[in-house]
Design a protein around this ligand. Structure first.
Ligand code: NAP
Length: 387
């Protein structure tokens, strides 16, 4: 029988622009579903991988399909899959660019992709494909930071009988990032108080998700204001989002007695080097600064008695946090409205040709919006997908 094919936005070689090409259509392994992709979202990691994989994702082989965020419809299920059937609307985390995975088969930016059942959730009526696509990597990274024992190790929502108000505080620096918005609402759902940062125009949004203090991260007094807002409450840890956020969080932790710091961002942005025709030697000063800043942070953290570690947002694939988030917390929260699909999607185009423009748009900078691309025909996409 001849192998069937579908279209994908393909990275043919490191640092190339994406091109639309035929790729083999996968069959599901026992624990996978195959999804007809209707919407994808773009993350900073997509332009980082596209532009720097020769140094940062050295295991990645090209041709490759990038992308982590998928919403679509199940078209095939593996033998051991019990939670999904053909025709179900789902969202899921594609992990194709991770070490040991198959980027061509498991990347998001294509018409058909495979998702692990344990990193897939149903999309409830009332949530559109574009809204659903905004969630996977952001909510997964937030969950890793908050709930993995290596990081804050907090009790997950629905775990046991935590009182709704314990007076224990989580600091989310960068609360208006995609990851931050999800960290705020997950921490609240788990019963913790949240203090956070955002630009003034996003403060209300971050408050609406459950933060009781939101200060402007651009203000020189931001750390002082957060410490004042925390008052006498016990700080259970901080999640640092954005290049300069780890140092700021460390200040807050030192002054409040907090001892755990989860860092999701490199301390220096890779924006200046990603995609250069010749990565070396131009990238050396940037990677040098990343190394030195990280070493200095680690030293300051150790001296302050703070345990600091970098988060890998798809590492929940291999632990208990993944199945709990994707199998329980997310389906229940989206269905009963206690978790909102955030940030709001910013639709940049239709079809796989628009994915590269989406990556460029995300790299240019967004504010509390998720760049999304619809893989539906324009007419179909306007027909509401809120079935
Ligand atoms: N380690 C991992 O596995 C992993 C996974 C996902 C993301 N990340 C990283 O986590 C960070 C957030 O990613 P994302 O996709 O959530 O980002 P995003 O949605 O693109 O973030 C945009 C937001 O960054 C905020 N921001 C700008 N300057 C800031 C500052 N000085 N401090 C804090 N926030 C600031 C802006 O907030 P305002 O407009 O309100 O100023 C804006 O809303 C990025 O560094 C990304 O690379 C890491």
């Amino acid at each position: 029988m001849s192998q069937s094919h579908h279209l994908a936005a393909v990275l043919r070689e490191p640092r190339a622009r994406l091109v639309v090409d035929d790729v083999p259509t996968p069959a599901p392994a026992v624990d996978e579903v195959v999804v007809r992709v209707r919407a994808v979202a773009v993350n900073p990691v997509d332009w980082v991988v596209q532009g720097t994989s020769a140094l940062t994702y050295r295991w990645l082989r090209t041709p490759a399909v990038l992308g982590s965020d998928v919403a679509g419809e199940v078209v095939a299920v593996g033998e051991s899959v019990t939670r999904f059937r053909v025709g179900d609307r789902v969202l899921g985390l594609a992990t194709g660019t991770d070490r040991g995975r198959d980027a061509l088969r498991e990347g998001a930016f294509q018409e058909r992709t495979v998702l692990l059942e344990r990193l897939t959730a149903p999309v409830p009526a009332g949530v559109s494909d574009l809204e659903a696509a905004a969630l996977p990597l952001a909510v997964s990274t937030a969950a890793c930071a908050l709930f993995q024992p290596k990081h804050l190790g907090l009790a997950m929502p629905g775990a046991g009988d935590r009182p709704s108000a314990t007076g224990e505080v989580v600091v989310v620096w960068g609360g208006s990032t995609s990851v931050g918005l999800n960290a705020v609402q997950l921490a609240r759902a788990a019963g913790y108080d949240v203090v956070s940062t955002a630009s003034a125009h996003n403060a209300e949004l971050v408050r609406s998700l459950g933060a009781d203090v939101v200060v402007d991260h651009h203000a020189p007094s931001a750390a002082d204001e957060l410490v004042a807002g925390i008052g006498g409450r016990r700080v259970v840890g901080a999640v640092a989002l954005g290049p300069t956020s780890a140092a700021a969080c460390l200040q807050v932790l030192r002054r409040t007695g907090g001892t755990v710091l989860a860092m999701a961002s490199t301390p220096v942005s890779l924006d200046r080097v990603a995609g250069r025709r010749h990565l070396l030697p131009g990238a050396l000063p940037v990677f040098g600064r990343i190394g030195l800043t990280t070493a200095a942070l680690a030293l300051r953290a150790r001296r302050a008695g703070v345990r600091a570690a970098f988060v890998w947002g798809s590492s929940l694939r291999d632990d208990e946090v993944g199945p709990r988030l994707w199998g329980e917390v997310l389906p229940r929260g989206l269905a009963d409205g206690t978790l909102r699909p955030v940030p709001e999607p910013l639709l940049v185009g239709h079809g796989l040709d628009a994915v590269q423009a989406g990556i460029d748009r995300q790299r240019a900078g967004v504010s509390a919006r998720k760049v999304v691309v619809s893989l539906e025909d324009e007419d179909d996409a306007h027909r509401e997908t809120r079935s």
